[in-house]
Design a protein around this ligand. Sequence first.
Ligand code: ADP
Ligand code: 5GP
Length: 213
Amino acid sequence: MADRRGLLIILSSPSGAGKSTLARRLMQWDDGLEFSISATTRAPRPGEAHGREYYFLTEEAFKQQVTDGQMLEHAHVFGNFYGSPVAPVRDSITSGRDVLFDVDWQGDLQIRNSDLGKHALSIFILPPSIPELRRRLESRGQDSADVISKRMLKSWDEISHWGYYDYVLVNDDLDATEEKLKTIISAERMRRIQQPALQEHVRKLQMEFEEQS
Ligand code: ADP
Ligand code: 5GP
C-alpha cells in the first residue's frame, strides 16, 4: 500500500468562473495529480478530443455505463448527461495519487456521499461579480450567445450551493487563487486519514519507547 491515500479534489463553480483554467494550472504544478476525465453526451467543442477533455458518448452508451455501476456520480447539466468513471479513481487514490474533478454541485454531493467521500476535498470557486462572470464566458469565445445565456441563467443555481463546500475562493486574481488552491491541497494531504502509513510509524515509535524505558 502507498504511504499516503489520494484525495478526491472536487472543483465546482458556475460556468465561466475559472475552474478549468485553475484545474489546468494545478495539473502543471504537480504531475502526480490525475484529472478525472468525465463522460458526457454533449458534442465536443472545437479543439476537444475524445479521451482528453471528455469521453464523448451516445446517450445509450452513457446510460448503460450508469446501469453497470461504472460511474462514481452522474448528473444532467445544461441538457446533457455528465458522469465520472469510478475505476480510475479507485486505482489512483489507493496508489497515493490525488484525483481532480471538475463537476457541478450534484457531482460534489454524490461523491461526498459515496464510499470514497471521506477522502473528498471540495472547493467552490466564486466569480468576483456577475458582470465579470459574463465577460469571462464571452471572452472564452467557445459558446454561442444562446448557450452563454443558458449558462448565465444556470449560474445562480450553481452558486446557491456554495455553502456545502469545504473551501470557497473568490477567483479575482488568477495567480492568487492558484496559490491558495496549492496551499489548501498541500495541507489536506496531511490529514490523518490520508496517511495510512502513520499507523505503522507510531507502532515503531511505541516499540522504541518501550525498549528504552
Ligand atoms: P470554467 O471552467 O469555470 O467554465 P474557464 O476556466 O474556462 O471557466 O474560464 C473562463 C474564462 O475566464 C477563460 O477565458 C479564462 O481564461 C478566464 N479567466 C479565468 N480566471 C480568470 C481570472 N481570475 N481573471 C480573469 N480571467 C479569468
Ligand atoms: P462543460 O459542458 O462546460 O464542459 O461543463 C458543464 C458543467 O458540467 C460544468 O459545471 C462542469 O463542472 C459539469 N461537469 C463536467 N463533468 C461532469 C461530471 O462528470 N459530473 C458532473 N456532475 N458534472 C460535470
